[in-house]
Write a protein that binds this ligand. Structure first.
Ligand code: ADP
Ligand code: MG
Length: 160
């Protein structure tokens, strides 16, 4: 399987939102984005901007307590998960594959906690806190389509 990695320093929240919007504008049915990083890194901020790019209207809030939230987007449905409170066993029982291989785009906050049951092909973002504004994002694309998306992201970042 094709794998590619890349690292990008983000200057502020607006840049995180633009990055997420770019991914949202280049999404497809069954796309899976894995997000990791400490509390306050920007996982939910990223998710909200991606949802907006998919044409989700209204409020997208953190699914910490509900685990999964589904939204109708103008372009595609959006499935937002936060698996922080889930055991691997519970996650397994939830049947997450219905979302991963469903009609929409899935974003999983704390995805590394359920690595064993994540689809093999996905784009993973590890967001690291540098200071109040800056973040370092480490990307890992697995699978041809995600490697291609990461390539597009690299080109986009040069032009922004
Ligand atoms: P998480 O879901 O990872 O816990 P949140 O998105 O809820 O993180 O919180 C990130 C916080 O950091 C928000 O208050 C946001 O305004 C702030 N922030 C500052 N700079 C950035 C940045 N470059 N990217 C994302 N969030 C940022
Ligand atoms: Mg969050």
């Amino acid at each position: 399987m094709e794998v590619n990695e890349w690292r990008l320093v983000i200057a502020n929240q607006q840049e995180t939102e633009r990055l997420a919007a770019f991914i949202g504008e280049h999404s497809w049915q069954g796309q899976v984005i894995a997000l990791d990083g400490d509390l306050g890194a920007g996982k939910t901020t990223f998710s909200k901007a991606l949802a907006q790019a998919l044409g989700v209207e209204g409020v997208v809030s953190s699914p910490t307590f509900t685990i999964i939230k589904e939204y109708e987007g103008r372009l595609l449905p959006f499935y937002h998960m936060d698996v922080y409170r889930l055991s691997l066993e519970e996650a397994d029982e939830l049947g997450l594959d219905d979302y991963f291989y469903g009609q929409g785009v899935t974003v999983v906050e704390w995805a590394s906690l359920i690595e064993e049951i994540m689809p093999e092909q996905h784009l993973a973002l590890y967001i690291e806190w540098i200071d109040e504004q800056q973040r370092c994002i480490q990307f890992r694309a697995r699978g041809e389509r995600y490697v291609q998306l990461l390539q597009q992201l690299k080109e986009w970042s040069l032009l922004r």
